[in-house]
Ligand binder design. Structure first.
Ligand SMILES: Cc1cc2nc3c(=O)[nH]c(=O)nc-3n(C[C@H](O)[C@H](O)[C@H](O)COP(=O)(O)O)c2cc1C
Length: 396
């Protein structure tokens, strides 16, 4: 943390007093800390306390004029290497998700390109409210990171999730954030995501349940960490991350193969998170197949195995595959890793709740070439995207 610039936002929740401990800890670790508080936060803890702890003036209003900063929100937005909001109210989460910038803190959060970490704290009913959860999902998809609240007895007397994460956990998340700041700069990464569609006739296709969320989370994390990211995406209903080098939209496995193989020689890392169809209809009917009294028989042939082809022609690239299985997960994944000449495989057990298609979380095993296996517990796909990138960095 020595000499790192950390902006700490504080919003109007009971846990605001805990931000004092955070600021004090960060200062003791050698960080430069600047604090921005919402007006409501000042009802809970005084700017003078935070000013004394941080050693810097504290901004509370859009039109305050501290001597040191010029156009304050832009200056702070640029100065920050990491931005953390402790505690984060439901209100701030909602405003950021909607792009509302009606005070100093929300305006600065829109203006910064530093990684944003939010540590929510609120009553359990508020935290589990569908609109708060939807706002958090939206922000996660945009690359905002959450330091998840703990479950426990809250100030209001309720017991449940919504308690501010421990200060130790917040400090650990910030230390991790600094390890990840631009650690993929100068690295060319191609990521595939989503399902493919194998046309049967002009109106029908064979596909699968992949939502693309894992691949998009990886792309989001890789962009945030400074990578030059090409995202090759099958048809999904997700917003692509801002800052991609290139977005290539494809439909079929053949399209995806072409898009990937052309770009392969220029890449340092290729992560195949797409759920590519193994089969396609042998014959693509030019006209819509009409309903008849007879059963419809369609013959399927194998698609090109993109990952295996990449494995065969690998030169300098690190190649990462995904395995989604409903049985014998580790054995199948290990076999796939060897057979397809991969460096790392991320294995999803589709039978576990919270893992696999469609959901925002995943439970995986990571297996590398040396045979090392890591069991990764349930975590958000956003967090898993970062963890997978951490492990790719550690590959020899
Ligand atoms: C005593 C008290 C405690 C509060 N605690 C919380 C809280 O922990 N989390 C939260 O989201 N809102 C909490 N609120 C409500 C927020 O203060 C309110 O939504 C406010 O508009 C937030 O403003 P801000 O996000 O600009 O700081 C609390 C309100 C009061 C009066």
């Amino acid at each position: 943390m020595q000499d790192k610039n950390i902006a700490v936002g504080i919003t109007g929740g009971i846990a605001a007093y805990k931000a004092c401990e955070l600021v004090s800890r960060l200062k003791k670790m050698g960080a430069n800390v600047k604090v921005a508080m919402t007006r409501n936060a000042t009802e809970f803890v005084t700017p003078l306390t935070l000013q004394s702890l941080s050693g810097n003036p504290v901004v509370t209003g859009m039109f305050d004029r501290p001597a040191q900063w010029e156009i304050e929100h832009i200056a702070l937005a640029k100065w920050a290497q990491v931005f953390v909001v402790v505690p984060t109210t439901a209100n701030l989460i909602g405003k950021l998700a909607a792009g509302i910038a009606d005070d100093f803190l929300s305006t600065t959060l829109l203006a910064t390109r530093a990684p944003i970490y939010l540590a929510p704290a609120m009553n359990t009913q508020m935290y589990t409210h569908p609109v708060v959860q939807a706002n958090m999902r939206k922000l996660r998809e945009m690359g905002v990171r959450f330091i998840e609240p703990a479950t426990g007895r809250l100030a209001c007397g309720d017991v449940g999730p919504g308690k501010l994460a421990e200060i130790d956990a917040i400090v650990a998340a910030l230390e991790e954030a600094f390890q990840r700041v631009r650690d993929y700069a100068d690295c060319r990464i191609l990521i595939t995501a989503g399902p493919t569609r194998e046309a049967i006739d002009p109106v029908r296709y064979l596909s699968n349940h992949s939502s693309g969320k894992m691949g998009y989370a990886l792309a989001q994390a890789a962009v945030r960490r400074g990578g030059a990211v090409t995202l090759v995406s099958g048809p999904v209903a997700l917003e692509p991350p801002a800052g991609l080098e290139e977005l290539v939209r494809v439909e079929s496995a053949d399209d995806m193969y072409q898009a990937v193989i052309q770009r392969y020689p220029d890449q340092d890392i290729v992560i195949m998170a797409a759920a590519v169809a193994d089969y396609k209809p042998k014959i693509l009917s030019g006209q819509k197949i009409k309903k008849t009294a007879e059963p419809l028989v369609i013959e399927f042939v194998k698609n090109i195995d993109i990952l295996a082809e990449l494995g065969k022609s690998k030169t300098h690239q690190k190649l990462i595959g995904f395995a989604a299985e409903t049985e014998n997960l580790e054995e199948y994944a290990r076999t796939k890793l060897i057979r397809k000449n991969l460096d790392l495989i991320v294995a999803n057990d589709l039978t576990q709740e919270g893992a696999g298609f469609g959901v925002d979380t995943n439970i995986v095993k990571l297996i590398d070439r040396s045979g090392k296996t890591e069991d990764v517990p349930l975590m958000s796909k956003a967090d898993l995207g970062d963890l997978v990138l951490d492990r790719i960095k550690q590959l020899s």
